[in-house]
Design a protein around this ligand. Structure first.
Ligand code: ADP
Ligand code: ZN
Ligand code: MG
Length: 479
């Protein structure tokens, strides 16, 4: 049976605010356990929440960045559950009137136009973090994260493969980063996703039973977890056992590379949602929405189109460069100082990304100044050093951002173009290789290649190759 995969994502992203959603505790990551807490975010009875306006502003911005309609009247609700990561025993979230609805994200992936409808975006508080100590019969709780503001972005089930789902997450991360809505530091869990997946026979209008995989925090893991679950469901279908696919929540165990059952799916009524009595409804004047919308910067998709049009990059090249805001800025800074757009792109996509990867660094860690980069390109273009030497200088600049002139001087990399110096080397090589001369005279033109190699070696790679080659040929022909 031909089966179609159907995926919808629920993505949680921490908002980039200085303070928490209902109190003035810091949201900074990496503080000592429970340092960033107060009676409000610890849920002490008798305390009252005050909504942080910046949370509303950023959620509106997120909504507009993915083409949502903003609900001018929305409200907070209590989602009740009993779990130690939430001292209040309810999460203050939004239920039937979320802040944003009906959005759309479009992107191209592997030549296919993908449109993903956004069902809703709501704001809510994050929960604390349980720390399970190895070999200790206790679990510890860090409430620093309790009350950190989140947006939950819920897509319609419009994704059709695990790869597409991972790509959507990348696209969304790019949008949130560009618009300064979230830091999206995946390793710190500031963007994480629950992935829902089901299969159905091709052509079927109805969706199959979905399984939800909880709390995945990297693109690679999203894809892997979905692939694994897709395979599990597909096998059940193939054996006619699809009735065994239960609507349930599964956990992704990255270490084992499997999804494991966690609990059967809870329904909305399990949460006994009701309006938050301690907070007034949120009323957002349209002027506020318009004002925030006007502050949206150029987003990744628009920037990609512009990079292709203005700099003659391929779609693929542009996609890689714009995927990171810092990298895109670096590119434009270098090109802005006169770097050839294609050459700069080649250096970035080749040497720079390789060096970053190798050193486990992010584009944010790039030390090379655009000025030194452009100077280096000019030096290569002028033939003062070879392309190979250029790569060596670039590597050195990557490590310490010295000026290329200084590095060339220190490493003695200047190309020898002076004909006198090259002639001396050529004469030496010809004197030492009478056999090659004989070969050449006998019609074996490959001898030139060998002699060239010897000249380059004698010059430690610094001889200007075209000059040297021409000189060898002339001398051989006149012998
Ligand atoms: P629930 O009521 O279980 O919370 P929702 O309809 O609110 O389900 O959807 C939650 C998420 O699951 C959304 O991201 C949605 O796109 C996705 N989803 C819904 N139905 C399916 C399905 N049959 N297959 C895959 N994903 C689905
Ligand atoms: Zn607090
Ligand atoms: Mg739901």
């Amino acid at each position: 049976m031909l089966l179609e995969t159907v995926i919808g994502l629920e993505i949680h992203a921490e908002l980039k605010t200085n303070t928490k959603i209902f109190c003035s505790c810091s949201t900074e990551f990496g503080a000592k356990p429970n340092e960033n807490t107060c009676p409000v975010c610890l849920g002490i009875p008798g305390t009252l929440p005050v909504l942080n306006e910046e949370v509303v502003n950023l959620a509106i911005k997120a909504g507009k960045a993915v083409n949502c309609k903003i609900n001018n009247y929305n409200k907070m609700d209590r989602k009740n559950y009993f779990y130690p990561d939430l001292t209040k025993n309810y999460q203050t979230s939004q239920y039937d009137l979320p802040m944003c609805v009906d959005g759309m994200v479009n992107f191209t992936y592997e030549g296919k136009e993908v449109s993903v409808r956004i069902n809703r975006i709501h704001i809510e508080e994050d929960a604390g973090k349980l720390v399970h100590l190895e070999d200790e019969p206790v679990s510890l709780i860090d409430y620093n994260r309790a009350g950190v503001p989140l947006v939950e972005i819920v897509t319609e089930p419009d994704l059709r493969s695990p790869e597409e789902a991972a790509e959507f997450m990348r696209q969304l991360k790019g949008i949130l980063e560009y618009a300064d809505i979230s830091d999206c530091r995946m390793e710190q869990g500031s963007i994480r996703c629950d992935a829902n997946i089901s299969l159905r026979p091709y052509g079927s209008e109805e969706y199959g039973t979905k399984v939800e995989i909880k709390n995945i925090n990297s693109f690679r893991e999203v894809q892997k977890a979905l692939e694994k679950e897709e395979k599990r469901q597909r096998e059940l279908y193939e054996f006619g056992e699809e009735y065994k696919i239960k609507q349930e929540t599964r956990r992704w165990d990255a270490g084992k590379g499997k999804t494991l059952p966690m609990r059967s799916k809870e329904e909305a009524h399990d949460y006994r949602y009701f309006p938050e009595p301690d907070l007034t409804p949120i009323i957002i004047p349209q002027e506020k929405v318009d004002k925030i919308e006007a502050t949206l910067p150029e987003l990744p998709i628009e920037r990609k189109v512009r990079f292709v049009a203005d700099y003659g990059l391929s779609e693929k090249e542009a996609s890689i460069i714009i995927a990171n805001r810092t990298l895109a800025k670096f590119y434009e800074d270098v090109v802005g100082l006169g770097g050839n757009p294609k050459t700069v792109s080649n250096y970035i996509l080749g040497d720079l990304l390789r060096l970053l990867n190798f050193n486990n660094m992010e584009p944010e860690d790039i030390k090379i100044s655009p000025k030194n980069f452009v100077d280096l390109l000019k030096i290569i273009e002028d033939g003062k050093i070879s392309n190979t030497a250029g790569k060596e200088v670039f590597k050195e600049m990557f490590a310490n951002d010295k000026s290329p002139e200084i590095i060339i001087e220190e490493k003695g990399l200047s190309q020898i173009s002076c004909t006198d110096e090259i002639e001396k080397l050529v004469n030496e090589v010809l004197n030492n290789n009478p056999k090659s001369i004989k070969d050449f005279k006998a019609g074996k033109t490959q001898a030139i290649g060998f002699l060239m190699g010897q000249v380059m070696k004698a010059s430690k790679g610094k001889a200007n190759p075209p000059v040297a080659k021409q000189m060898i040929e002339e001398k051989l022909n006149n012998m």
